[in-house]
Design a protein around this ligand. Structure first.
Ligand SMILES: CC(C)(COP(=O)(O)OP(=O)(O)OC[C@H]1O[C@@H](n2cnc3c(N)ncnc32)[C@H](O)[C@@H]1OP(=O)(O)O)[C@@H](O)C(=O)NCCC(=O)NCCS
Length: 245
């Protein structure tokens, strides 16, 4: 979870580099850790223009989910401050939109602000209650991992409460090392360097997601137009009936 108050300060020093995690072992397990997904979920990188949708998405989280996401029971004001302070130039945010263009899942990949840990990033995610269990959380993690690799990140961290089975499963499936410290857990995953495949896949994924988003925008505008036309027709019909007496 990306905690707006703790950010990286607490994350990096507590996270040791995995002992004996040799490059060859990392390569051998890449296939298991970074599987290619058969179902394409359009995940797009999102910018400051989506701030309002991000806020709506996070404010809709129930109190317990806010607690799981931020590590404390964030109130509306704290969430609003977090959204206001998002740095879209430094960090990367990803989103999944439904047909109505509501943001139903989002992830925040926060790059280290500590010059000593420039190759580290922290991952936080939330999925709307109605969209859970469809693999969106896992897909967002895979997407963030790919982007992180392409940006030269070598380690990704996730802070989660130990009770957060779903989040810890996502991390474990990706091959992360999980260290439990009472009610809190920290997962860290070493990433292989970027390659041709990771760069091309990210470009293609972003293009697919942007196309999907623009199609949804057009469909929404079209439905709005149809509704207006229908209202006009209805108005004309009613006026005719009134004129007939
Ligand atoms: C954690 C969260 C992002 C998971 O999103 P999701 O889209 O439902 O997750 P997925 O569908 O990708 O499922 C991931 C794994 O967790 C499992 N899972 C999902 N919900 C679960 C639950 N409530 N209990 C146990 N396991 C669960 C899935 O079966 C899957 O495991 P599998 O791959 O072995 O089948 C979502 O529950 C959420 O937004 N929680 C509130 C915020 C939060 O906890 N954020 C994480 C901290 S940063």
């Amino acid at each position: 979870m990306v905690n707006p108050t703790q950010w990286f300060k607490s994350a990096i020093p507590r996270a040791p580099v995995a002992a004996g995690d040799a490059a060859s072992n990392a390569r051998a397990s890449d296939e298991r850790r970074f599987p290619s997904t058969s179902v394409v979920v359009p995940i797009r990188s999102i910018g400051p223009g989506q701030r309002e949708r991000i806020l709506d998405h996070l404010l809709a989280l129930e109190p317990h989910d806010r607690y799981l996401r931020f590590g404390y029971a964030a109130n509306d004001e704290q969430i609003t401050r977090y959204v206001d302070q998002l740095n879209f130039e430094r960090d990367e945010l990803f989103g999944i939109f439904n047909r109505r263009l509501d943001l139903i899942s989002m992830a925040h990949l926060a790059f280290s602000i500590d010059p000593q840990y420039t190759s580290c990033a922290e991952f936080g995610v939330s999925v709307s209650k109605s969209a859970r269990g469809r693999g969106y959380g896992s897909r967002l993690f895979e997407r963030a991992v790919m982007h992180a690799r392409n940006e030269g990140v070598t380690q990704i961290f996730i802070h989660a409460l130990s009770e957060n089975t779903a989040m810890l499963k996502i991390a474990r499936h990706a091959g992360a090392i999980i260290e439990r410290d009472g009610s809190e857990s920290e997962a860290h995953l070493r990433l292989p360097p970027a390659d041709f495949d990771s760069r091309v896949t990210e470009l293609v994924n972003q293009q697919v997601a942007l196309t999907d988003y623009h199609l949804k925008v057009q469909a929404k505008q079209f439905w709005r137009l149809l509704t207006v036309l229908q209202d006009i027709r209805q108005g004309v019909r009613e006026a005719r009936e009134r004129a007939r007496g």
